[in-house]
Each structure stands twice: as C-alpha cells, then as structure tokens.
Design a protein around this ligand. Structure first.
Ligand code: PEP
Length: 251
C-alpha cells in the first residue's frame, strides 16, 4: 500500500513573516493527521524560518529547486547540503515552470536528481505535457521522454525514494483540471513504463502525485483514483484552509 503524499508548492509567494504565518495556520489544522505525508515548499528565503515553525510535527519541508553541484561558482544557486542543513527533506525537480522559463532540460533534471539522491533529500520529479502536445496525441511520448530522461543512468535501487508528479502543463494554474480518469490513465501509463524499464517492484511502489489545479472541490475524486498517490498543489496551498481540506480529502 503506497502512503499518500500531499505537497504544497508556494512558488514565488510569501515573504518570511507571511510564510511563517501560513505554516502556523496549516499546523493548527493538520496536527491530528498522521497517515498522510504532508510537505510544504516555501521559497528559499523562508525555508529556515518555516522549518523552525514546523519542527518535528506532521508537516515536512521541501525546496522548489536545487543545483546539481555540491558547491561552487554558481551565482544565485543553492546546493543540496545547504537545504539539508536547514531542515529540508524534499526537493521539487523539473517543475514545468523551471523547464519553460529557465531552460531546464531532461538532462539537467537528471543531473539534479542524481545530486539529490546522493544525499538524503527526497526528490519530487515533475513530468507532464503541454496543451498542444496533448492535442497532437503526444502525451505519452512527452511523459515517457521526461521520465526516461530524468531517470537515465539510475537503477531501481537508486530510485526507491523518488516521487513522481504528473502535472499536465495545461492544468497548472489555469483552473482546468485533468479529469480523474484522464489523470489516472497517464499514471497507469507511467507505471507500465517503469515496469518495463525498471521492474515490477519499483513500478508498484513508486508514488505518483497528480498536479494541476487541485482544489478542495476536486481533490477527493482525483485522490480516489487507484493510480494517484497524492497531489502537488500550487495555488490552493497558499491558503491553509484550502490546503488542509485537500489533505483531509485523502481520508
Ligand atoms: C504546480 O505548480 O505544481 C501546480 C500544480 O499549480 P496549481 O495547483 O496552481 O495548478
């Protein structure tokens, strides 16, 4: 049985004090939740202060990005060990906004994934097609390219802790959601692909989140699909009440 994981991507929202406030409001609402992995990913500038607020409670902390190098002359970048030492446990990699605005290719995602796996960070690797690609019938080819590209050179043992997030780009921040059946179909495709490339046990155990305009109103129907193991939530994670309702929709 795969454990559900709900993660909030705060993107470039919230100053330090605002992030602390949101984290406190969330903690108040989910302090009794124990069977679900809950993660929030504030901007870099708020990670440390939010980590202090969350402590050892039920909400864990993740970053939205990292560099692949251990350290070095990479102005403006952040390394895995910097994240780990301030309490980060997860890192989002290959988000479609990073691919679209910052030129992140599959090979960059692959380098970052290898760097994250060399530490104890749990990577959340995002994959998903654009609207035009879906309309041209290329969804499976694009998703396959993202998964195979990100996982290149890694073994099933290496990939054990990895979480995938299927995020159709046309559903991110648009209010358009993939129907539960559409999402489940792509998740099943990914699992089948992993079975062929990495074997049955990884395909069975890996968790695949859905992301794309998940809201309290649609969370239960998406999360009840057999192949959907959680959600990566953008907009609705900026409101403690909405995000906690999505978490509670798992049960
Ligand atoms: C995201 O950014 O990963 C996301 C899914 O955003 P939203 O929930 O706002 O569509």
């Amino acid at each position: 049985m795969r454990r559900a994981i709900i993660a909030g991507n705060w993107k470039m929202h919230k100053t330090g004090p605002e992030a602390v406030q949101l984290a406190k409001e969330l903690l108040n609402r989910v302090s009794d939740v124990s069977n679900i992995e809950i993660v929030v990913c504030p901007p870099f500038t708020a990670l440390e202060s939010v980590a202090w607020v969350l402590g050892e409670g039920p909400v864990k902390i993740g970053a939205q990005n990292m560099h692949w190098a251990d350290e070095g002359a990479y102005t403006g970048e952040v390394a895995a060990k910097m994240l780990l030492t301030i309490g980060c446990r997860y890192v989002i990699l290959g988000h479609s906004e990073r691919r679209a605005h910052f030129g992140e290719s599959n090979s960059i995602v692959n380098k970052k994934l290898k760097a994250a796996l060399a530490t104890s960070l749990v990577p959340i690797v995002c994959v998903g097609e654009k609207l035009g690609e879906r309309e041209k019938g290329q969804t499976e080819a694009v998703v396959q390219g993202h998964v195979v590209g990100a996982f290149e050179g890694l073994s099933p043992a290496d990939l054990q802790s990895v979480i995938l997030a299927y995020e159709p780009v046309w559903a991110i921040g648009t209010g358009k959601t993939a129907s539960p059946e559409q999402a489940n179909e792509v998740h099943a495709f990914i699992r089948d692909l992993l079975k062929k490339s990495f074997g049955e046990s990884l395909a069975r155990d890996i968790r695949i989140q859905y992301g794309g305009s998940v809201k309290p109103e649609n969370a239960a129907s998406l999360l009840s699909q057999p192949e959907i193991d959680g959600a990566l939530v953008g907009g609705a994670s900026l409101d403690a009440e909405s995000f906690s309702q999505i978490i509670k929709a798992v049960t």
